[in-house]
Design a protein around this ligand. Structure first.
Ligand code: ATP
Length: 902
């Protein structure tokens, strides 16, 4: 095989290109050849986003303030010849770095793996068969089949192009789609002028095509400029940034406090070296350096959970935004309904024909008479138009059908009526096609029929009836006057009110193939299809309502069909009084200029029917301007701008085009509305979890600073030694915090209104919670310390052990204090979290080891306080739990939550 010179492929006829790439476009490549080429050219990828290397992550652990503080403390110990303590601090430092390293590595790898889930596929012809493959597996010489809505995944020399247009703005910056054809162009044509090529990264906006892959991966035009494209790195989410900022502010506060404690201690006559070490230990305790990384890890974990529930998100910020979403603008077909269509009735002039399915065949019945499609001209014509004007394919036996489910339903009924495409259209060679256009809402195909040409048209009833001048009546073609037209539209409305999806069928004959298809047509009838509501939709919509999220339908379908489906689904404020606005009222909508009344009407509407994609974009903008956080579904090429504009653009994994999937923030692999609500719940749970561990960690840390600070200030002996603080803070605190980050959420999370996106992670009432919880732990520990000294009459050493055990246990129990207000005291999201029990068991083991493993208790300076001391510590440790529980039950957060729920 000679590699084709990529710059020349567009200047050569396609046969030469095929020859030089040793491929027959009608057959494609063979397996052995594919493997050989894949080995030679590698995967069809742009240079992978630089994977974060293990060393970079490791080095990162040594950049934080904590490490330097610890290193300084260790140095100090060695300087004062306290080798054991110096070594212990170094060990703590290593453990701290190891935990940070593992966490960060897991978060990074999780994110990278998530990016890989959302792979793009491509249709190719290989070994004579059409198959869909992962776009990464394309090799030069592959034959690619392109369709409107596809993202082009390699550079391709076209062999066939029908009405093909591509959006090449990624490469050329030109946003108007470019028409494609197959003839070679001049060797010095610029990229934008190479009309016989389509390029990786561009999108097919219209038509179909076929071509030979000439370049893959970094060899493509996009590869050449990929350093420009790769700037779309995933950046830190707003939440991570906010936590980072919070952390930084606290660093200074903490260092100030530590300096204060050191100063006070020295003034009180404590040893300078001991005080410096205590100060450093406190600073280490209170610096919440791990916050952003724990946040990343819980976000990434949440994303995995969502992926398992069919919602793929490749961006951390979207997880956050999901939780704050206030309105979902959803389409109807396939999202609320199953997109499993079946023809149930035909309307022809002055009668209706019902369809009864009998096993694999169907029976047509009108006014009690069984009709034979071979005999009844109108029924025959309806079946015939449905099969002719159709882009779908049922395939041969055993093959999976492909194409629009509505068109497949038309083919299926034709086949069941034993009027398959071939019997219906003998020799009716297709000579032209006008693809379905959302603006005209019609589609046409042109067929040679003897000396004449037959035009078969189908489309939205209002659109088709408008351009019909005749109708096929029982006795042949009749004129269609204004009264008859109005009558037809009434019949359409009545059928739509039943939730049926309607298509008008029309035809005409002409003596040439290039006549304008949409004029002087003869209306044959209306096809009524039923598309059942998805099973879980009503429940999901009720769940959205309970969560304070509005659901609004935006559809291209008829207003009455849309309203009927919407009311079945339970949309609207009370499920019945639906407000419907038709798209034609909104064609000139300017989201910036809408006056108050119209704006209020739009914002109150439950259904937008017959809307064009441009209107969807404007509506999304209008909602956003009115302070909403908008989630929006879409599947077509034209939906891409609206999907990008929405705060959460949601594309359908099965039904959607690649272009829509690329533009979206979330892809639903099951296309189901219920999945959006499940993902939204996850978004809220993740935010709540992050809040929980921030409150948990900060209340624990505050208590450590206060215990030492207050004891020093009050002239007591120091109740916690530096190594003990480090042990508690860097070993035992961490596990419950992680466990809280992994919780599955509380039952009330979807009974709250959406979070205000501007609301900070730690608002005023949560600062109060931190202060109360931290204060309670401080109080209990200092009280236990004082009682050990003055009531049990223990020495300072064993009393310190009592303080240590009190604090350690109180911190473990503190995890139960961060439960959501309003939940049950014993059965709630924290007690149901298995990770919490695991973390507590592990930490109890660690505390026991600190007390009873001799070498460890020596290093940590934890002499045995005796049984009475341990009982005192155990008892005291439950006091903060009791105070915390009372606070959750009656505190300000509880009041906020109950008022939000009512
Ligand atoms: P949704 O926006 O909820 O997916 P939809 O699929 O009905 O709804 P469109 O695809 O814009 O929205 O279709 C609008 C109308 O055009 C349909 O109600 C139908 O009458 C008609 N229509 C849809 N697809 C075709 C087609 N392939 N050929 C002819 N007419 C079609």
């Amino acid at each position: 095989m000679n590699d084709v010179n990529q710059t020349a492929a567009f200047a050569k006829p396609s046969e030469i290109v095929a020859h030089s790439l040793s491929v027959d476009p009608e057959y494609g490549l063979d397996d052995s050849e594919i493997i050989a080429r894949r080995n030679r050219h590698g995967p069809n990828q742009l240079r992978a986003h630089a994977k974060q290397s293990v060393f970079v992550i490791l080095a990162h652990q040594f950049k934080g303030v904590i490490v330097w503080l610890l290193a300084f403390a260790a140095g100090l110990s060695f300087y004062f010849h306290d080798v054991a303590e110096g070594v212990a601090i170094v060990i703590v430092l290593v453990i701290n770095a190891a935990i940070g390293f593992v966490t960060e590595l897991r978060a990074a790898r999780s994110m990278e793996a998530l990016l890989n889930i959302a792979t793009v596929t491509t249709r190719v012809r290989r070994g004579g068969k059409t198959v869909r493959i992962d776009a990464q597996d394309l090799v030069p010489g592959d034959i690619v089949l392109l369709d409107a809505g596809d993202v082009v995944t390699a550079d391709v020399r076209l062999v066939h192009a029908s009405n093909l247009q591509c959006d090449e703005s990624v490469l050329t910056g030109e946003s108007v789609p470019v028409a494609k054809q197959t003839d070679p162009v001049s060797p010095d044509a610029a990229i934008g002028d190479r009309a016989c090529m389509v390029f990786k990264g561009t999108a097919v906006t219209q038509g179909v095509g076929e071509g030979i892959v000439t370049a893959t991966g970094m060899e493509t035009e996009l590869g050449h400029i990929s350093h420009l494209v790769q700037t779309a790195e995933s950046s830190a989410s707003p939440l991570e940034k906010r936590l980072d900022r919070l952390g930084h502010r606290l660093v200074w506060l903490t260092l100030g406090l530590a300096a204060l404690v050191i100063g006070a201690g020295i003034l009180r006559g404590h040893e300078i070296a001991a005080m410096i070490q205590t100060g450093i230990a406190l600073a280490v305790a209170a610096v919440p350096e791990g916050l952003p990384v724990v946040a990343t890890l819980s976000l990434a974990r949440g994303m995995w959970r969502m992926a398992a529930r069919n919602a793929i998100i490749s961006n951390l910020s979207s997880v956050e935004t999901l939780g704050a979403t206030t309105v979902i603008l959803t389409d109807k077909t396939g999202t609320l309904t199953e997109n499993r269509m079946a023809v149930v009735q035909y309307l022809v002039a002055d009668t209706a024909i019902d369809l009864h399915k009998q096993g694999e065949t169907v029976q047509f019945e009108s006014d009690g008479n069984v009709l034979d499609p071979g005999q009844d001209a109108r029924l025959g014509a309806l079946l015939r138009i449905g099969a002719l004007c159709n882009g779908a394919s049922l395939g041969k036996a055993g093959e999976t059908p492909s194409g629009d489910p509505m068109e497949l339903a038309l083919l299926r009924v034709a086949r069941q009526a034993r009027q398959g495409r071939r019997t219906l259209v003998p020799g009716c060679e297709k000579v032209g096609e006008y693809a379905f256009d959302q603006a005209t809402k019609m589609m046409a195909s042109v067929h040679r029929d003897g000396e004449e040409f037959l035009y078969a048209i189908k489309g939205a009833p209002e659109a088709v009836i408008e351009v019909c001048s005749c109708v096929l009546g029982p006795d042949g073609i009749e004129d269609l006057d204004a009264a008859a037209r109005a009558d037809w539209l009434d019949r359409v409305r009545i059928a739509a009110t039943d939730g049926l999806r309607l298509l008008a069928m029309a035809m005409k004959r002409a003596d040439r193939a290039d006549a304008f298809p949409y004029e002087d047509l003869t209306l044959v009838g209306i096809v009524c299809l039923r598309d059942p509501l998805r099973g879980d939709v009503t429940e999901a919509i009720a769940a959205a309502r309970a969560a304070g999220v509005r659901v609004v339908m935006m559809t291209g379908d008829h207003a009455d069909t849309a309203a009927a489906i919407a009311s079945q689904a339970g949309l609207g404020t009370d499920g019945h009084h639906l407000t419907v606005i038709e798209g034609k009222e909104l064609t000139d909508l300017d989201p910036g200029e809408v006056d108050g009344l119209l704006r209020d009407r739009i914002l109150a509407a439950d259904v937008f029917a017959r809307v064009a994609p441009a209107t969807k974009l404007n509506l999304a903008a209008l909602y956003q301007n009115s302070g909403h956080i908008v989630a929006m579904t879409g599947d077509g090429v034209n939906d891409a701008p609206a999907l990008k504009k929405a705060d959460i653009g949601i594309a359908m994994g099965q039904r959607g085009t690649e272009v829509a999937r690329e533009a979206a923030h979330m892809v639903l692999t099951d296309d189901s509305f219920g999945t959006i609500i499940a993902a939204m719940r996850q978004g809220r749970v993740i935010f709540d979890n992050i809040r929980k561990f921030v409150i948990y960690l900060m209340s624990c840390n505050v208590s450590e600073v206060l215990i030492v600070g207050l004891a020093v200030g009050a002239g007591l002996p120091i109740p916690l030694l530096p190594l003990q603080i480090l042990f508690l803070n860097l070993v035992t605190d961490v596990f419950p915090a992680f466990a809280l980050g992994f919780g599955a959420g509380d039952e009330t999370v979807m009974h709250q209104p959406p979070r205000d996106p501007a609301e900070s992670v730690i608002d005023r009432s949560r600062w109060i919670t931190i202060a109360v919880l931290g204060g309670a732990i401080t109080l209990a520990t200092l009280a236990a310390f004082w009682l050990a000294l003055h009531w049990l009459m223990l020495d300072v050493g064993p009393s310190v052990t009592v303080a240590f055990v009190t604090l350690a246990l109180a911190q473990l129990w503190n995890a139960f204090n961060v439960r959501a207000p309003g939940g049950h005291i014993f059965v709630n999201e924290v007690t149901r979290n298995p990770w919490i029990w695991g973390a507590i068991t592990l930490c109890l083991g660690l505390i026991a080891a600190a007390l009873w493993v001799p070498s460890l208790s020596d290093i940590l300076k934890l002499p045995d306080p005796g049984l009475a001391g341990l009982w005192l510590a155990l008892g005291a440790s439950f006091v903060p739990l009791a105070i915390g529980q009372a606070f959750v039950r009656f505190g300000p957060e509880h009041r906020n939550k109950s008022s939000a729920q009512t």
